[in-house]
Design a protein around this ligand. Sequence first.
Ligand code: PEP
Ligand code: MN
Length: 301
Amino acid sequence: MRKSYDNINNKFPTKDITPDDISNKIKLVSNKKRKKNIKIKKNLGFSNKCIPLICGPNGLESLKLGLSFAKFINKLNLNFMRVHIFKPLTFPYRSRQYSEAGINGIEWIKEIRKQFPSMVLICEITELQHLEILAKNVDILQIGTRNMQNFELLRECSKSKMPLILKRHFGSSIRDLLGAAEHILLDGNDKLILCERGIVAPHTHRDTSRYMLDIQSIPAIKEITNLPIISDPSHASFWAPWVTPLAKASIAAGADGLIIESHPEPSKSKVDPLQPLNYNEFKKLLISLKKIAKADNRQII
Ligand code: PEP
Ligand code: MN
């Protein structure tokens, strides 16, 4: 940790977290007295013992896909499912292929909930106007990498008291991520889960590796906060064959949960078809993750 430069007012340019940050800028985030457990529903939540495996297709493409995916993971005794109906894209041109369900997808979410009432549903929120309806119909709101510092969105999501997943922006330092987290805690919501999803770095080996999963951020973040930190190797690697080893490495490094994309026919996935695991790959990964978790006295849920 860099020593504090007490005599320099404010703004010393650094990526590192100083003792001054800890006592003045991220004092809620860095409070290690905060309870670690975040209960989501019934006996499901984030804790030292449980590792939620959040899975699903990139986007909720249809009700049929949503229901069949829910059925698939229900049989595997998994409980946390992505139901993303809003998909921010880097470029504004949405081909028919790269479509998103949009607000009409709420009806699909309601039906999935009706048929799988104990399932924990996660959806990204991209606009404040959707907060109320999403809060009514899902269990966790995800704030995507591109909105990490959209402070108004953070503040309103915090006030909703919904459990939140805050993804690290791909260009941000851990300090910036924790600063954004402090905004959320300050508004009174401490059901907050942080997510490492890959950062910008020179391409590693092939240009499908769009981002680099910063596994080191997991222990680094744990040094400072006891907010859960989960890992999303799907969005980091962009490349299904690398998702399995990176998921295993994340759990071994102490991640408190995972986001894994899976799709019955990955090549037909409407968004990012290179990154979802097919069902067999997913089942195989689950077997390995259970072993790694067990070695650490933890459990995949
Ligand atoms: C996602 O999880 O679907 C997503 C868009 O993630 P990110 O914000 O990390 O790109
Ligand atoms: Mn995505």
